[in-house]
Design a protein around this ligand. Structure first.
Ligand code: SF4
Length: 410
């Protein structure tokens, strides 16, 4: 952490392995990856978060809650050009030495690295960030969604799309035919990722093995893919040391049963840490209505195997899905299923407020059954009932956290 005083006010620079953050004059906080890409900017009461596709989400927290909205292209241009201009002026000032140290860097090399990251960031105006976004689109197929604790992971796409695409509420992968990459294709993809992120790579702490269901790949092919992955992006064995802090992935309960506890143990030895399962509901009639590929019983058994292999699990439950028609059964059976899963410390239960995604069949099918959507108050009550049911006196239960789909940005 370096602190200095300029004519305009104090500045704090925090240089990390993959990122640089700047606190400017007590008013603004800017964060960049080490390649100079803007990641977030807090200007007054609004925080802007930039995705690698150069979309920008604005977030404002008020006493009434959190408001999020997407910036228009012209607004993004103004924001990014303004920040780049500001950094150019700052970089000139710091390079000239027109400031006074409050907390100097531990050594000259750190200072030079901070300046060079600042210089890169100052060149990343709207036009440069648009060009970067085009490179991102060449390297990656669309990234539909990630678990909230993995927004800062390094996504690698061993598969593209979802093998099912049946769930009537899901629009993430509808236009993408499912395919598994060959080891050669995967290796080329990994090298392209490494080149794309450049010095910004280490802002990413974990690896997310995408897309919707990469762990469904049969073991021999999966082992070959993980072998390439670990050679290009090393995964560290412990909390300390070099490399990424583990591999994370989605899995559906149905194909999860095609692997044994011994298979999952083998994957854990290769760095797999946590597996996320979209339970959505434990209520069988609702799962049938939603056309989920797995039954609640299959999802319980998949979680048992994962836990027996020493892996952590994240289970995703949808709040409000199925509206008034399914609400009582949804709460009761979901709780029963979650309680039948051997979840404990280190595991997560995500409560995801159901969002109707345009273009999916959910609305028409709900209307055909006369389903009324739950009000915000009914949804809050549903989430509270599930939270209360999962609370354990010994504090050893899974952590329950919200999963806001609208907040996702990679
Ligand atoms: S299995 Fe998952 S990714 Fe595939 S359609 Fe269903 S919810 Fe979407």
């Amino acid at each position: 952490m370096m602190r200095l005083e300029t004519a305009e006010g104090p500045i704090t620079l925090n240089l990390q392995r993959g990122a640089l953050s700047l606190h400017l004059y007590g008013r603004e906080v800017l964060a960049y990856d080490r390649a100079g890409r803007l990641w977030s900017a807090t200007l007054g009461e609004i925080t802007y978060r930039r995705g690698l596709d150069n979309r920008v989400q604005a977030i404002r927290t008020t006493p009434d809650g959190v408001r999020r909205w997407w910036l228009e292209r012209e607004e993004i241009r103004r924001l990014e050009d303004r920040l780049a201009g500001q950094l150019q002026a700052l970089e000139r000032l710091l390079s000239r030495g027109s400031f006074r140290w409050i907390t100097p860097p531990a050594d000259e090399q750190i200072w030079q690295e901070a300046l060079s990251t600042l210089r890169r960031a100052s060149r990343m105006d709207f036009q440069a960030l648009e060009a970067d976004a085009r490179r991102f689109a060449e390297v990656y197929a669309p990234i539909g969604i990630l678990p909230p604790d993995q927004y800062l992971s390094l996504v690698v796409q061993a598969t593209i799309g979802c093998p099912f695409n049946t769930c009537i509420f899901c629009g993430f992968y509808r236009s993408l035919p499912f395919r598994v990459r060959s080891p050669e294709d995967f290796e080329a993809h990994l090298k392209a990722i490494r080149e794309f992120f450049g010095d910004g790579l280490w802002m990413r702490r974990t690896i997310f093995l995408g897309s919707a269901n990469a762990l469904a790949i049969p073991m021999p092919r999966l082992m070959a893919l993980l072998d390439r992955l670990r050679r290009i992006f090393p995964v560290r064995a412990d909390r300390e040391g070099d490399g990424f802090a583990g591999i994370y992935a989605f899995l559906d309960g149905f194909t999860g049963l095609k692997k044994t506890v011994a298979d999952y143990e083998q994957l854990r030895a290769l760095g797999l840490r946590r597996v996320y399962i979209g339970l959505e509901s434990g209520h069988e009639p609702l799962l049938t209505f939603l056309r989920k590929p797995a039954t609640a019983e299959q999802m319980i058994e998949t979680v048992r195997r994962l836990k027996a292999a020493g892996l952590q699990v994240g289970v995703i439950v949808m709040i409000g899905v199925g509206g008034d028609r399914f609400a009582p059964g949804h709460v009761e059976d979901t709780l029963a299923v979650l309680q039948a899963m051997p979840l404990g410390r280190g595991d997560l239960v995500y409560l995801s407020d159901f969002v109707e995604i345009p273009g999916t069949p959910y609305r028409a099918q709900a209307e055909a059954l006369g389903i009324r959507s739950l009000s915000p108050a009914e949804r809050v009550a549903q989430a509270q009932a599930i939270r209360a049911g999962l609370r354990r006196a010994d504090g050893e239960g899974p952590r329950v956290a919200p999963y806001a789909l609208e907040a996702f940005l990679y």
